[in-house]
Design a protein around this ligand. Structure first.
Ligand SMILES: Cc1ncc(COP(=O)(O)O)c(C=O)c1O
Length: 411
């Protein structure tokens, strides 16, 4: 059978502006870096780049941790690597459950065979520190796992003080910072977090497929105690620990750390092109400056919120704890949310986000992250949304949203 001739055409995607909860458009410098030639995984240039990546991501994570590196795969690869390497079957783990991604942590932990307890709050809220302390004491958890910014609800869980609570109880703290890294402050050392993971495709302004991770010395000790090097690559200078073997080969942080160390254990073939992307994302972030970058994301979030409210829309969730980079608004009564999303895409080439779980069909989520946390992109999105809502017959104060957003950007 003859193949459809369209299959031979060069890939030529439409120029969409991605203003949802991620992925977002990658910074052009990142895309250019990805076009660079490949290297062998133990080429000294390549291992040099690996060391540079370790150095570049330490300030981004707010840490001095030696073990700061990349996991090959999308953000959930690093989540899975962190959790499977910290928790063994039967271990007691406490999960802060305030949205879809807290549920993802419980899902991954249940596959590991951990004994899971949760401390739950309704979507749109964050978990109070006292409730966490009480739950750690009640459950005797050895690992506490939480999301920093949960994109499903847009809530950012306050984390100052949590590490100290965990340490006092002899527990390790895992944090999923996928949606905040590069856009809001990540303070792994100040929080006292033991493992923090991210992804490139949101505020770091890269494509999905590589996940930065940082691991405290305390967690590294725990993980190396579970080291079990696979048979084909065993070496006399790398000794197994006595602990329970980590229940995944690909996500075995002990072997991955040995690969990223000067031992260069031959674990996996590092995803060269994704490493180039991760390295360039970090260089763009640090070149801008962390404070300036957080301020830019905050301005974009402020402007988006002000514009949505000026249009007569109501925001979802606790204003005091909203992430700066994703803003959720209720879909007004009588408006077909999916028809508006289609009109945004078809007429304006703009993608906005839908929602999960109890918020499905009730809210839209507007992101302004990384390369897209820019004044003109926020204003264009608001102007387009206003036009789509007017076309739907929604009565709104025409012409108010964009000036309100402009004012809020400058505040
Ligand atoms: C908070 C959070 N955690 C984890 C993930 C999963 O990331 P990925 O789809 O890259 O595996 C996402 C993606 O939206 C997220 O927002």
């Amino acid at each position: 059978m003859a193949l459809d001739s369209r299959l031979f055409g060069e890939i030529d995607p439409p120029q969409r502006l991605l203003m949802g909860p991620g992925p977002v458009n990658a910074h052009p410098r990142v895309l250019r870096a990805m076009a660079a030639d490949l290297l062998g995984q133990f080429d000294p240039e390549m291992t040099g780049y690996m060391n540079e990546v370790m150095a570049l991501y330490r300030p981004i994570f707010g840490t001095q941790n030696q073990w700061t590196m990349l996991i090959d795969g999308t953000a959930r690869a690093a989540i899975e690597a962190g959790l499977v390497s910290l928790a063994a079957p039967g271990d007691k783990v406490l999960v802060l459950n305030f949205g879809r991604f807290g549920l993802l942590l419980t899902e991954i932990l249940s596959r590991i065979g951990a004994e899971i307890a949760t401390v739950d709050v309704p979507w749109g809220e964050v978990v109070p520190l006292e409730a966490i302390g009480e739950a750690i004491a009640r459950t005797g958890a050895k690992v506490v796992a939480t999301v920093h910014g949960d994109t499903s609800t847009t809530m950012a869980q306050p984390l100052d003080g949590l590490g100290a609570l965990c340490r006092d109880a002899g527990a390790l703290l895992y944090v999923d910072a996928t949606a905040t890294i590069g856009g809001m402050e990540i303070a792994a050392d100040r929080w006292g977090a033991d493992v923090v993971t991210g992804g490139l495709q949101k505020c770091l302004g890269g494509p999905s497929g590589s996940s930065p991770i940082t691991i405290s010395n305390r967690a590294a000790e725990h993980i190396f105690a579970r080291r079990h090097v696979e048979q084909g690559i065993r070496r006399d200078d790398i000794v197994d620990g006595g602990g329970v073997r980590i229940g995944s080969n690909y996500f075995d942080l002990a072997m991955i750390m040995d690969y990223w160390s000067e031992k260069r254990l031959n674990h996996h073939t590092e995803a060269t092109t994704m490493l180039y992307a991760a390295r360039e994302c970090a260089r763009v972030v640090l070149g801008e400056g962390l404070e300036a970058r957080f301020a830019r994301h905050a301005a974009a979030g402020r402007a988006m919120s002000a514009g949505l409210k000026a249009m007569g829309l109501t925001l979802f969730g606790d204003d005091r704890h909203r992430m700066t980079n994703v803003t959720p608004a209720y879909i007004p009564d009588g408006v077909d949310g999916e028809r508006v999303r289609s009109a945004m895409r078809e007429n304006f080439e703009i993608e906005i986000g839908t929602a999960f779980g109890p918020l499905t069909g009730k809210v839209w989520r507007f992101g302004a992250m990384g390369y897209n946390a820019m004044k003109h992109k926020v204003l264009i999105t608001l102007g387009a949304l206003e036009a789509c809502l007017v076309a739907e017959g929604f009565k709104l104060p025409v012409g108010e949203a964009v000036p309100a957003a402009l004012r809020a950007w400058g505040e």
